[in-house]
Design a binder for this molecule. Structure first.
Ligand code: NOJ
Length: 566
């Protein structure tokens, strides 16, 4: 068993492994449950390493597995250098990292620096300490307004709904100061003007790097530096970047945030190969470069395709812009359609309007925000388009991020009973927004549940209920079926490895406005048909297609990879 002093071997010393990696996101509590407590765990992941190896991914990114009250699915961290006992132990982490590395798979862990949980020892100290103390100085505490401080310091709102300030009860039992929380009230924001906060996160980065983590996904990377004194009362503050000069929004994407990542970069570079990082920063494409620079985190999520319609022109513009931006900084672009925060793309694309994180139904209702009627989903179309989009993405230069279950063609589980919902968005908005539980329902591994159990997720049900139709998507049945979505992903990922070369792409003239056609080095042609009428493929060998090619024609809403010799 590797120890922290002797980390699990990394798979390669290639410093550039991340540039064109296929990274598979695991939401640990919903992946695989080894001990039958209804929650996925680290041993569950270790047991599924053969599945991950066969899938053909290069790295896994693990959403938080740290001790947490789960007020926000684990993004409320009690202790950054430990494992939630319900998910395992540090030794289980070592064992999992070693098994993944032995299978040639890198390990990326999630770092949540904007806020801790309210159970974190620092926050408990802050509650017990007086106003003005060093313990309160690690967070953002302020006096309230009004005669007795009964009003919050300002009217700013939190991302999850409701106000962004919570009043505390002082140790002597009197109503006291207020603290700031961008997200749920159980997630107090740290004060990144405090050097102790900086030091502690450097310790955490070294802790996981020493234990064999190859990289980090950085939560809310654009939110750490704030100007809480800004004189703005706008309730729209969260969504109105246009009200401020670039880099000067009181909450988001402030220029000074990059000094934090310059410090982190020095830590990453202490390792061989250097540890990598990817910023979760919902910023405009022009502002991404600063996060993705080699002096900063090195790479940043690009959510543009995820927010786009299934539309050739939008895709082309986004791809061209992001490749150009990435090349200018020396990074590689990232691409993603699904994650734990958005409606699964196989569902979005089956809704009348696929755009946005939620997708919209015929009634204009956003699925993520307002819930939706499953009868509005055209499931076959959603999957057809999702496979086409994914095959296009897997052919792009840069890193492709996949979300657990998309390789099964899994649909959003939209109809979760209110009593089973967990997402704070649902509770803080009094049920008006349904939130993100629908993409976090545990995976179906087997089609037949044993009595009282789940679809192979674990021996005793699952913490979010799996609907009966999950049986149709079970991994076990798909593994044995050459025509399944899983077989398609495996083939695509294996071929991607074989075909991938230099990070360049040449656009080809397409016969039709609904068609994108580009070529990668070595004669790897990619044709994506966003329309519904079949189109002619270039002469050559069709290596893989998301729908059946007949007579050299690619059907509508499909992508093909064609090898064309020079
Ligand atoms: C982004 C994470 O992806 C999301 O799940 C979480 O709720 C927020 N950050 C707050 O940590």
């Amino acid at each position: 068993m590797p120890t922290p002093a002797e980390p699990a071997a990394t798979t390669t010393h290639d410093a550039d492994w991340w540039r064109q990696a296929a990274v598979y996101q695991i939401y640990p509590r919903s992946f695989s449950d080894s001990n039958g407590d209804g929650l996925g765990d680290l041993k569950g992941i270790t047991a599924r390493v053969p599945y991950l190896k066969e899938l053909g991914i290069d790295a896994v990114w693990l959403s938080p597995f740290y001790p947490s009250a789960l007020a926000d699915g684990g993004y409320d961290v009690d202790d950054y250098r430990n494992v939630d006992p319900r998910l395992g132990t540090l030794e289980d982490f070592d064992e999992m990292a070693a098994a993944l590395h032995a299978a040639g798979i890198k390990v990326i862990v999630d770092i949540v620096p904007n806020h801790t949980s309210d159970r974190h020892v620092w926050f408990q100290e802050a509650l017990a300490a007086p106003k003005g103390s060093a313990a309160r100085g690690r967070y953002i505490f302020r006096d309230g307004r009004g005669e007795n401080g009964e009003l919050p310091p300002n009217e700013w709102t939190s991302i999850f709904g409701g106000g962004a300030w919570e009043r505390v009860t002082e140790p002597d039992g009197t109503p006291g100061q207020w603290y700031f929380h961008l997200f749920a009230k159980e997630q107090p924001d740290l004060d990144w003007d405090n050097p102790e906060v900086h030091e502690d996160f450097l310790t955490t980065l070294r802790f996981w790097s020493d234990r064999g983590a190859d990289g980090f996904r950085v939560d809310v990377a654009h939110g750490l530096k704030k100007d809480l004194n800004a004189e703005v009362a706008s309730l729209d503050l969260l969504h109105r970047a246009d009200l401020f000069r670039e880099g000067e929004h009181p909450l988001w994407d402030r220029d000074e945030v990059h000094s934090i990542y310059a410090e982190w970069r020095k830590v990453f570079n202490e390792y061989n190969p250097p540890r990598t990082a990817v910023a979760e920063a919902w910023v405009h494409a022009d502002r991404r470069a600063a996060y993705a620079s080699p002096e900063g985190l090195g790479q940043a999520f690009n959510f543009d395709l995820l927010e786009a319609d299934f539309d050739a022109e939008q895709f082309r513009e986004i791809i061209a812009k992001n490749l150009a931006e990435a090349a200018a900084t020396g990074t590689s672009s990232t691409w993603v359609f699904s994650n734990h925060d958005v409606v699964r793309h196989a569902t979005r694309y089956g809704l009348p309007k696929g755009s946005g994180r939620g997708g919209k139904g015929a009634d204009g209702k956003d699925w993520l925000l307002e819930g939706g009627d499953p009868a509005q989903i055209d499931v076959a179309r959603g999957l057809r388009r999702a496979k086409a989009a994914t095959l296009l993405m897997l052919a792009l230069p840069g890193s492709a991020y996949l979300y657990q279950g998309e390789e099964l063609g899994l649909q959003e589980a939209g109809q979760i009973p209110d009593a089973d919902r967990q997402d704070p968005t649902f509770f803080r908005n009094k049920g008006v927004e349904v939130g993100r539980d629908g993409c976090r329902v545990p995976l179906p591994w087997e089609a037949t549940p044993t009595e009282g159990s789940s679809f192979g997720f674990g021996a005793n049900g699952s913490h979010l209920p799996q609907p009966a139709w999950f049986a149709d998507y079970a991994a076990g049945a798909q593994a044995a079926d050459a025509g399944s979505t899983l077989a398609f992903y495996r083939r695509a990922l294996a071929l991607r490895h074989e075909l991938q070369g230099a990070e360049s792409l040449g656009w080809q003239d397409a016969s039709d406005d609904d068609v994108l056609h580009f070529v990668r080095p070595g004669g790897w042609h990619v044709v994506a048909n966003f329309g519904t009428a079949p189109v002619e493929l270039p002469a050559g060998e069709t290596l893989l297609a998301s729908a059946e090619v007949e007579g050299g024609k690619l059907p509508g809403e499909a992508t093909a990879w064609v090898s064309v010799s020079a």
